[in-house]
Design a protein around this ligand. Structure first.
Ligand code: VGL
Ligand code: ZN
Length: 215
């Protein structure tokens, strides 16, 4: 019999620029940090993602004359939302929230570092082709049952969850440990896409039944 898949918590983009006072602040983002710290305590294996852009990233509205943040532009790979400059490599805005407290996190996966390709998903960049390497990492370590939380629910969390399902992982999103940007109908679309892909959605209280306490 094949061994049972191992549980892992993927904590997405809990960085200053997505929190209060940040360049791309997600409403009420700070409220989820204690929930995530508590959830992480249940998992033996936790991975973090970090949005990590060069200063002149093409997803920044500032790179496009006469374009504003939250406009949509046509990129080589299709439509792309233009963002305020955020999570620039080596800046305070790109650092993790000071109250994020997960010393046992095993991996920090940086994404969005290619100047002309954005990367919402922790698995594939927005061209939907360029892999980040995370699928191979998870498979090699037999981390087959993913729980995902963080920012933003309608972009990096949802894209990661849907890709993980397509790659054959068992995927649960912990909804109350996420917050959304919600621009141009993105939140409705993201919830629909996750449901269609077979992503389980639950509340952090339900982790008690879903994940045996390992720490
Ligand atoms: C994100 C927009 C741009 C996210 C990252 O973490 O969801 N959203 N970069
Ligand atoms: Zn970004």
């Amino acid at each position: 019999m094949p061994a049972a898949p191992i549980d892992v918590l993927l904590v997405v983009d809990i960085q200053n620029d997505f929190c209060a006072g940040g360049a791309l602040a997600v409403p009420d983002a700070d409220a989820i940090v204690p929930l995530i710290n508590r959830a992480a305590g249940r998992f033996a294996h936790v991975l973090l993602t970090q949005d990590w852009h060069p200063r002149t990233h093409l997803s920044f509205a500032s790179m496009h004359a006469s374009r504003k943040p939250f406009d949509t532009a046509e990129f080589a790979y299709g439509p792309q939302v233009l963002w305020p400059d955020h999570c620039v490599q080596g800046t305070r805005g790109a650092e993790f929230h000071p109250e994020l407290d997960i010393p046992h996190a095993e991996l920090i996966l940086r994404k969005g570092y290619r100047p002309t390709i954005d990367s919402y998903s922790a698995f594939f960049e927005n061209d939907r082709r360029t892999p980040t390497g995370l699928a191979g990492y998870l498979r090699e370590r037999k981390l087959g049952r993913l729980f995902i939380c963080g920012l933003a629910l309608d972009f990096c969390v949802a894209f990661s969850a849907v890709d993980a399902r397509r790659l054959g992982f068992d995927v649960t999103v912990v909804l109350d440990a996420c917050r959304a940007i919600d621009t141009g109908g993105s939140l409705r679309r993201a919830i629909g896409d996750m449901r269609d892909a077979g992503v389980r959605l639950l509340h952090s209280i339900e982790l008690r039944g879903a994940v045996p306490a390992t720490r």
